[in-house]
Design a protein around this ligand. Structure first.
Ligand code: AMP
Ligand code: MG
Length: 444
C-alpha cells in the first residue's frame, strides 16, 4: 500500500450518512483499525537530504555498491597470515617482521608474506596476503619485529567487503520516517536528494462562543483559545503542516464558512462542539457537507465524543503526480475530526486518532502505540465502563519504572498535562488499581 501512492480505498466500516441521537460508540482498537484501513499517502516530491529528516521515504534506498567497498580492519593491530600464528601463546610468542603501516585511507603497496606483518588501524584496508588481524593488545613491538602472544583464525577482526550490504540490496523501505540513522544511510549511498511523501496540510478550527484568542484578555466566562495552539504543535510533531483558522462561534452560518475553508486542507481538525449539547453544532454542519461518519464516539475517557469521518468531492493538489504506474487519482476526500473541546481531551484524542491519520497521509507505515509497564506509586480508584488515559508522571528506569497520577483536576487542566510525560491506561473493567501493581503506560 505504501509503495508509491496507491489509489484510495473505500472503507467497509460502519459509515453513517447522518449523525443521530444514539451515538455509534466503538472500542478504541476498532476505531484505530478503521483509521489504518482508510488512508493512502499523498503524492511524493523530491527534497534535499538536509531537509529530509522527519519526512517519510516514498522510494526504497538501495545500496549502489558493496558496503564496505574493501576488506578492512575492525581493530587497531597487525595484519597477519593466520597460519603464522597457529602456535602463538603467552608462553610461546611468535615473532614477525614488520613491513610497514597502513593508515585509514591509505593503500599498502607490498604484500604480507609468511613471517611478516603490517601495522593497521581501525578502518585500514587489509593488505594483500593477509587473512586476519591480531589486536595490538596481544603484541609487543621490538624495532622492526613484532612479538605476538595470541593465535588468530582466518577472518578474525576483519570487516569483509560487502558484509554490511551487497550492491543492489534494499537498505530502507518506503513508509519509513527518516531519522538521523536513515539520513546516514542515504548519505552513505550518495543520495543528495530523496523522494518523500508530501506533508499533509492540516487545518485547525477551534469552536465555541466562549473562546477568545490569546491576545484578547478574556472577559467574564470567556476562555483563551489553547486548543488551536496545542493542536498546531501536535500536528507539527506528527509530520503535518498546521493551518490555523479563526475561532468559529457556535452559530451555523459562520461555522459552515470556516469548515468550507478547512476542507481545502488534507485533514480538518475541529475542536469543541461535539458533545450532545444544544450549542454543539459541529456534526450537524458537517452532515450538510455530505459527511460520512466512521465513528461518533469511542469508549474512552477523556475523549468519548470524538468524531471521525470524511467529506467527498475534493481533488487533491498533486493528484496525477503519483508514483507512475497509477493513473491520476479520482476526486477524493478530506478527512475530518471533531475533537472534544476540553483541552486534555483534545490532546488525548489527537494522539490516539488524529496522529495516525496524519502519519498515514504522510506515508508512514502504521505503527502501534508506544507503551510499557511501570509500578503504580499509589492506589487509583475510578469507574468502570471506559478505557481511561490518565495524565501521569513516569520516573525511574527499567525494572525501577514507577508511575503516579499527575494530580489532574479534570479535562481542562493543561498545567497537569504539561507536568505529565505519559498516561496510565486503565482497562474498562477495573475500578480500583492497588499501589505497587504493574500498570500499562502510554508514552507521550
Ligand atoms: P466543548 O467540547 O465545546 O463542549 O468544550 C468543552 C470545554 O472545553 C469547555 O469548557 C470549553 O470552554 C473548553 N474549550 C473548548 N474549546 C477550547 C479552546 N479552543 N481552548 C481552550 N479551551 C476550550
Ligand atoms: Mg463548545
Amino acid at each position: 500500500m505504501f509503495e508509491g501512492a496507491a489509489p484510495r480505498r473505500h472503507l467497509s466500516f460502519d459509515i453513517r450518512s447522518r449523525p443521530s441521537d444514539t451515538r455509534a460508540m466503538i472500542e478504541l482498537e476498532q476505531a484505530r483499525q478503521s483509521i489504518f484501513a482508510a488512508l493512502a499517502p499523498l503524492p511524493p516530491e523530491p527534497v534535499p537530504l538536509e531537509a529530509a529528516v522527519g519526512r517519510v521515504a516514498s522510494e526504497p534506498i538501495l545500496s549502489p555498491i558493496d558496503l564496505p567497498t574493501f576488506d578492512n580492519s575492525a581493530v587497531d593491530g597487525y595484519a597477519v597470515s593466520a597460519t603464522d600464528l597457529r602456535a602463538a601463546r603467552p608462553e610461546a610468542p611468535v615473532k614477525l617482521e614488520l613491513l610497514g603501516r597502513v593508515a585509514a585511507g591509505q593503500v599498502f603497496a607490498g604484500k604480507v608474506r609468511p613471517g611478516t606483518c603490517v601495522r593497521l588501524f581501525t578502518g585500514s584496508a587489509l593488505p594483500p596476503g593477509a587473512d586476519a588481524v591480531v589486536m595490538v593488545e596481544h603484541t609487543t613491538r621490538q624495532g622492526d619485529r613484532v612479538q605476538i602472544t595470541k593465535a588468530v583464525a582466518a577472518g578474525d577482526n576483519i570487516v569483509p567487503v560487502g558484509s554490511e550490504a551487497k550492491r543492489g540490496e534494499r537498505l530502507l523501505s518506503p513508509g519509513l520516517r527518516l531519522d538521523y540513522a536513515a539520513i546516514a544511510v542515504a548519505a552513505s549511498t550518495g543520495r543528495s536528494r530523496l523522494l518523500v511523501y508530501r506533508k499533509p496540510q492540516v487545518a485547525v478550527l477551534a469552536t465555541g462562543d466562549e473562546i477568545v484568542d490569546i491576545d484578547v484578555p478574556p472577559g467574564a466566562n470567556q476562555i483563551r483559545n489553547s486548543n488551536s495552539y496545542s493542536l498546531a504543535a501536535q500536528v507539527q510533531a506528527a509530520g503535518g503542516e498546521p493551518v490555523l483558522l479563526p475561532i468559529a462561534p457556535d452559530e451555523p452560518a459562520r461555522l459552515r464558512e470556516l469548515i468550507a475553508d478547512g476542507l481545502e486542507a488534507d485533514l480538518l481538525l475541529l475542536a469543541g462542539g461535539v458533545s450532545m449539547g444544544k450549542y454543539d453544532l459541529v456534526e450537524q454542519v458537517l452532515a450538510e457537507f455530505q459527511a460520512e461518519f466512521f465513528f461518533t464516539g469511542v469508549l474512552i475517557q477523556p475523549g468519548k465524543p470524538v468524531v471521525f469521518g470524511r467529506i467527498p468531492g475534493r481533488v487533491p493538489s498533486g493528484a496525477g503526480a503519483t508514483a507512475g504506474e497509477h493513473p491520476a487519482s479520482p476526486p477524493t476526500h478530506t478527512y475530518f475530526f471533531g475533537l472534544p473541546g476540553n483541552p486534555v481531551s483534545t490532546m488525548v484524542t489527537f494522539e490516539l486518532f488524529a496522529r495516525p491519520v496524519i502519519e498515514a497521509l504522510a506515508g508512514m507505515t502504521p505503527r502501534k502505540l508506544m507503551s510499557l509497564h511501570a509500578r503504580l506509586k499509589s492506589e487509583i480508584k475510578t469507574k468502570t465502563g471506559l478505557k481511561r488515559f490518565l495524565p501521569a508522571i513516569l520516573s525511574g528506569e527499567f525494572e525501577h519504572a514507577e508511575v503516579e497520577l499527575a494530580g489532574w483536576h479534570g479535562s481542562g487542566d493543561v498545567a497537569a498535562m504539561a507536568r505529565s510525560n505519559c498516561y496510565i491506561v486503565i482497562a474498562p473493567d477495573r475500578d480500583c488499581i492497588a499501589a505497587a501493581e504493574w500498570v500499562p503506560v502510554l508514552m507521550m
